[in-house]
Design a protein around this ligand. Structure first.
Ligand code: PNS
Length: 160
């Protein structure tokens, strides 16, 4: 927007980089996936019904220390999604999610929401990503049956 001030040093996005109507709609479902859970799988399955392709992309979350090695996370994701024909797995390190999306021709980010706490955490990221390159975030409410699962809790239980 004319006169808009950039707080990031990057110019604000003028318009979405990808038309959502004129080409195949690819979405990214990013996360640490350390490890991936049934909740993640539920979100991936539902997103797969809405987009031509959903890429589950393992990224680095600086707020979390890694448990599984990257290869293990990718192998688990590939195994869990093997029956979802339009779900693929990928990884990206040392890059912003928006830069990955630009390079991969992806116009939508999908994130699962378990709670209002999740929304508080996710909303600023969604707004920042949209500011950076116009990319939209689609929030998918998680299945209440899986609301109690998280990678952190599953790892803690598995260690006992
Ligand atoms: O599963 P998580 O840990 O909640 O996923 C968070 C993740 C990896 C999606 C987020 O930390 C992320 O997008 N990291 C990539 C770096 C980036 O783009 N950061 C700026 C977000 S505004």
């Amino acid at each position: 927007m004319p006169g808009e001030i950039s707080v990031t040093g990057r110019p604000p996005a003028q318009s979405p980089p990808i038309s959502l109507t004129s080409r195949a709609m690819r979405a990214v479902f990013p996360g640490s996936f350390d490890p991936a859970t049934k909740g993640h799988l539920d979100v991936a399955r539902r997103a797969a019904g809405m987009f031509d392709e959903v890429v589950m992309c393992v990224l680095t979350n600086p707020r979390k220390t890694g448990r599984l090695a990257l290869a293990g996370r990718l192998a688990l994701l590939a195994d869990m999604t093997s029956n979802l024909a339009n779900v693929t797995v990928d990884s990206s390190a040392g890059r912003l999610l928006v830069d990955y999306c630009r390079g991969a021709g992806i116009g939508v980010i999908v994130r699962g929401l378990r709670s209002l706490g999740d929304l508080e955490h996710e909303l600023p990221m969604a707004e920042m990503n949209r500011h950076l390159n116009g990319i939209e975030t689609l929030f998918v409410p998680t299945n209440p049956a899986q609301a109690h699962t998280s990678s952190t809790l599953i790892s803690a239980v598995a260690q006992r």
